[in-house]
Design a binder for this molecule. Structure first.
Ligand SMILES: [Mg+2]
Length: 443
């Protein structure tokens, strides 16, 4: 724990839903649910208006629909979320070289390196307010909740105390009294299973946990976990803010407008992506040991599978073979919206022995990569919420579709709430709108 409140945690509020409300003026102030819209889908994010009806992340969309039938159910636009995230991280990196992103919408910032005149509570409070304003300005109005404290743990707890659009600075010396009355699940690493185990021993709050001896906690939860909780119950946390290193991995991914169901097509896409990853590795003189595939299913769940080689590689055939092998373990029968291949565990040299390199060289040419994403039985999917463009009416988004009809609301972030028009599904004037850089996500 530091002497000053110099760790800042920023968390965007209802991020996916907030981006949708920003870009779709008619949805501002209304319940919005982003997630899998199909039968087995789950909620990724609900706007605060939808949360008032009891809609929560990870709830089944079916349950969400029954709790809030009048909400807009949207299938999500990752290109827009990535772009907003990039803007936010850019603002954070402009104030401190030590920024540690946790996800698209969350990061730690080390204020010891932000060039502040001092790190007293009034100074960091004023700084954090300005930072929130800059994030809102850069993103076209997204709000963030911020916590500042003497450790990562306390900063993260604090950012959650006054959500949404809040700021909480925990003065040094008050950490333990902040934690004591709270449920043990406030501690990172205390999930439902640990919480249940503690509950059976009569431990509910952090104060209860603080009264348990180290020996007893180790006996209850094992050495590593027990020791960790013993420290966190006393607000002891010295983890540094670790900035994301450049090029921890090289990856390529693609989002698809239609759910992919053809296994051979998926394998061909992975093979092509493996080739792009390998080319990038070779271009930068890099190689890596771990090959990962990322698969987002039609219901919004995202899976990743990895395998690690004994020595690093930059070979298309090796990466492609491992990627295709990883896919065989996954049930993709319901359809896939996103596929990606990445290589991590990077080294700036290659350790393959000569023999295996020669063997690789030989089959380098044999990989036929012919990818045709449209097949006869597949038709374009007009997913609710997706961006579209009409030849005469301009940009809008899919309000709904079915029975051969697509209904579009014509509005963008900068327009007033727009009119709704319906078209035949095959109307050539209507097309999906995707920004140029979408579908490629260099890690
Ligand atoms: Mg968030």
């Amino acid at each position: 724990m530091r002497a000053h409140a110099s760790v800042l945690h920023l968390d965007l509020d209802a991020f996916f839903a907030a981006v949708e409300q920003r870009d779709k003026p008619s949805l501002r102030g209304k319940p919005v649910v982003v997630g899998g819209v199909g039968g087995r889908g789950v909620v990724a994010t609900a706007s605060y208006e939808a949360r008032r009806f009891g809609v929560r992340s990870a709830m089944s969309t079916r349950e969400a629909r029954s709790r809030c039938p009048h909400a807009a159910f949207l299938s999500g636009r990752f290109h827009a979320y990535r772009e907003s995230s990039r803007l936010v991280m850019g603002v954070l990196r402009s104030v401190s070289p030590l920024v540690e992103p946790l996800s698209l919408d969350e990061a730690f910032v080390d204020l010891e390196h932000a060039g502040l005149p001092d790190l007293e509570v009034p100074t960091v409070t004023g700084f954090a307010e300005q930072l929130r304003a800059r994030v809102a300005e850069a993103t076209g109005g997204l709000t963030a909740s911020v916590g500042v404290g003497t450790s990562k743990f306390i900063a993260k707890v604090a950012s959650d105390l006054d959500k949404p659009d809040g700021l909480v600075v925990v003065p040094p010396g008050t950490e333990v009294e902040l934690l004591r009355p709270r449920h043990v699940s406030v501690i990172p690493g205390v999930g439902p299973a640990t919480a249940e185990r503690l509950r059976r021993t009569g431990i509910h709050t952090v104060a209860d946990l603080e009264s348990v001896s180290l020996e007893e906690l180790v006996r209850l939860l094992g050495r590593a976990h027990g020791t960790g909780l013993f420290a966190l119950a006393r607000a002891e946390d010295d983890r540094p803010v670790v900035p994301e290193r450049e090029a921890k991995s090289v990856s390529v991914e693609g989002t698809h407008d239609t759910d992919l169901t053809d296994r051979r097509l998926m394998e061909a896409l992975l093979t092509r992506q493996a080739g792009e990853v390998a080319a990038r590795l070779r271009k930068h003189g890099l190689s890596g040991r771990t090959v990962t595939i990322k698969v987002r299913l039609h219901d919004f769940t995202t899976l990743s599978r990895s395998t690690t080689l004994a020595s690093p590689t930059d070979r298309t055939t090796t990466i492609a073979r491992l990627a295709r092998g990883l896919l065989t373990d996954l049930d993709t029968s319901g359809g896939v919206r996103l596929l990606g291949v990445g290589v991590s565990g990077l080294a700036d040299w290659i350790q393959d022995d000569l023999f295996s390199e020669l063997a690789e060289e030989e089959d380098e040419e044999e990989t036929p990569v012919e990818v045709e994403v449209t097949t006869g039985r597949r038709r374009p999917t007009w997913a609710p919420g997706m961006d579209v463009e009409h030849a005469d009416l301009g940009r809008g988004w899919v309000w709904g579709s079915g029975r051969g009809v697509v209904t579009v609301r014509f509005e963008t972030a900068d327009s007033p709430a727009g009119p709704v028009r319906s078209f035949a599904e095959g109307d050539p004037a209507l097309s999906a709108w995707v920004p140029a850089e979408a579908g490629e996500d260099p890690a």
